[in-house]
Ligand binder design. Structure first.
Ligand code: NAP
Length: 532
């Protein structure tokens, strides 16, 4: 291939669509992908029970009516193999693979100020150069292992959930230990509990969770879904999170206790994220409303878990309902009613070390055949930290982002790093991810088209505009209870040095407002940016 006009890093949901759009502009696009195939998150996360919490029919790409009519989601909330199959289908249908080089992990990207070009270095040492660099790295691709002594000593099989082997792992009858109780662990635990010999769950912090209520899509539903995609996507455009669920305008504190309880019972019985992002307007902002919602969710845990002592351990005390990304579950709590499942609270009895045959807490020694690390990710900025990205004069992005709020413009460009365009970097709206991705990619494609039309070779931010945007980002988070809680969304990862201080890593003014802001910049001919 002749030298590319644009290099894209990543061939997941974001990279594939960005490739499709840039190619349609007539540009030569080279995508580098670390995995051996397309899929990103859905390529790597093959752990048992992996599935998304978005309604399937609101998750797929919206850009091609033909694709929408051809593809059939089997379930309302599709499992990982189906989503991966979908992304392969898209890659084949639009003949995207020939622009992608697989097995190519990018280790560095350096900007040459004189020529205004990025040079990308692969782990193999090979290099490629292009005027524009698009990062489609995914906010949750930098997985992290716990810093527990002896991790390499274990002689059994050990896996991080984000590196689950392609060929699968036989767990039948085995003694399995799992560390972590986030959205990933919850899916693993509920899925493998009935298959394994024994399952020991090591929990540091319990998370709130609510039922997913997944089921198969009937032929009649399939027909209706295909006939109403326009309305589905329009509905997603009107919500703050791009899910189909709209926040209820009522306030929990203003309605009667009976009305409140009835509404929560209804939400608890319904599929998807309604109970999180379609709840009363004050649940995620008012401490008293949130305490009532937490009390409701705690009562559900007590009803579902037979052993009262275990139920109490599963109830979060350090954060309120929905203030961390809410995991949706299918029989998670009931897994603890099984004789072969045990919950170990490692705040009471911390893990001292991993051993050859299992692990040791301050109270007990455990033996395992398989150890599962469901220990999460260095979210949002982690994937950027893992590439040595250097702007003009050797300025390192990692240093710029070492602490404090990343200096972005609209979450798509970075102060001091010309011609670098981010899909789903820090400070974009995030929710139903493919919806966010499509809007960001469309915006970036518009910018690239503008540059191409006008013969512009270099785009960079204006510091005063960055100041304004960062102030807006910080303002948007004020009053949101989630901002006071430790999680990957607030930039905390206790397994990563320097990631102990909360940061604002998203735009939380809602997708509608984010779209209004970004559309306005495009409508004004990108005056807020500097070109040459
Ligand atoms: P996570 O929510 O960050 O959970 C990581 C878990 O590992 C936490 O329970 C954490 O405990 C524990 N942990 C980490 N280090 C530990 C250590 N050194 N010792 C003991 N425990 C440790 O990560 P995740 O579950 O992979 O989920 C991340 C995100 O991925 C989700 O929030 C969601 O956005 C996405 N996801 C989505 C789906 C879906 O769509 N259905 C499914 C899975 C994941 P602490 O809380 O105490 O740190």
């Amino acid at each position: 291939m002749a030298a590319p006009d644009v290099i894209v890093i990543g061939a997941g949901v974001a990279g594939l669509y960005q490739l499709y759009r840039l190619r349609a502009l007539g540009l030569r696009v080279q995508v580098f992908e670390a995995g051996s195939d397309v899929g990103g998150t859905w390529y790597w996360n093959r752990y048992p029970g992996a599935r998304f919490d978005s309604e399937s029919w609101s998750y797929g790409y919206s850009f091609s009516e033909e694709l929408l009519q051809e593809w059939e989601w089997p379930e309302h909330f599709a499992a990982q193999p189906d989503t991966l199959r979908y992304l392969n289908f898209v890659a084949d249908k639009f003949d995207l693979r020939r622009h992608i080089r697989f097995g190519c992990r990018v280790s560095a990207a350096t900007f040459d100020d004189a020529s205004s070009r990025w040079t990308v270095t692969l782990e193999s040492g090979e290099q490629a150069t292009a005027p524009l660099l698009v990062t489609a790295l995914g906010p949750l691709s930098a997985y992290t292992l716990p810093e527990i002594p002896g991790r390499d000593d274990f002689r059994g099989q050990a896996f991080h959930t984000a590196r689950w082997p392609r060929e699968g792992v036989s767990l039948a009858g085995k003694r399995v230990g799992i560390i972590g109780t986030g959205a990933t662990a919850i899916q693993v635990i509920q899925t493998i509990a009935s298959e394994v010999g024994s399952l020991t769950v090591f929990q540091r912090t319990p998370n709130w969770a609510a039922p997913l209520h997944n089921r198969r899509i009937t032929p009649e539903e399939q027909r209706r879904i295909k006939a109403s995609y326009a309305e589905i996507f329009e509905r997603c455009r009107q919500t703050a999170t791009c899910f189909i669920h709209q926040t209820d305008p009522r306030r929990a504190l203003e309605v009667s206790a009976e009305e409140r309880e009835a509404f929560w019972e209804k939400l608890y019985a319904e599929p998807g994220f309604g109970i999180w992002v379609g709840n009363f307007a004050d649940v995620l902002t008012d401490r008293r409303a949130n305490a009532l919602a937490s009390d409701f969710a705690a009562r559900k845990i007590r009803q579902r878990v037979k052993d009262p002592a275990v139920a109490e351990k599963l109830i979060p005390r350090d954060h309120g309902f929905g203030t961390r990304r809410l995991p949706l579950e299918s029989g998670y709590y009931e897994a603890y009613n099984r004789d072969n499942v045990r919950l170990v609270d490692i705040r009471e009895t911390p893990i001292e070390r991993i051993t050859e045959s299992g692990l040791r807490t301050t109270a007990e020694t455990f033996e395992f055949d398989v150890l599962i690390y469901a220990t999460g990710f260095d979210g949002v900025t982690g994937p950027y930290d893992r590439i040595d990205i250097r702007g003009p004069g050797g300025r390192r992005l990692k240093d710029d982002w070492a602490d404090g709020v990343p200096r972005t413009y609209l979450g798509m460009l970075i102060d001091g790093f010309p011609n670098l365009l981010m899909v789903l970097g820090p400070h974009t709206a995030r929710g139903n991810i493919p919806r966010n991705i499509e809007e960001i990619v469309d915006w970036l494609t518009g910018l690239v088209a503008f540059m191409t039309r006008n013969g512009l070779h270099r785009v960079e931010t204006r510091p005063e505009e960055v100041d304004r945007w960062v102030a807006e980002v910080e303002q948007a988070v004020e009053g949101l209870l989630f901002a006071e809680v430790n999680s990957w969304q607030t930039g905390i990862n206790r397994n990563v040095e320097g990631r102990q201080v909360r940061r604002v890593l998203g735009y939380y003014g809602g997708a509608v407002e984010y779209r209004r802001r970004t559309d306005a910049v495009a409508a004004q001919g990108y005056d807020a940016l500097r070109f040459s």
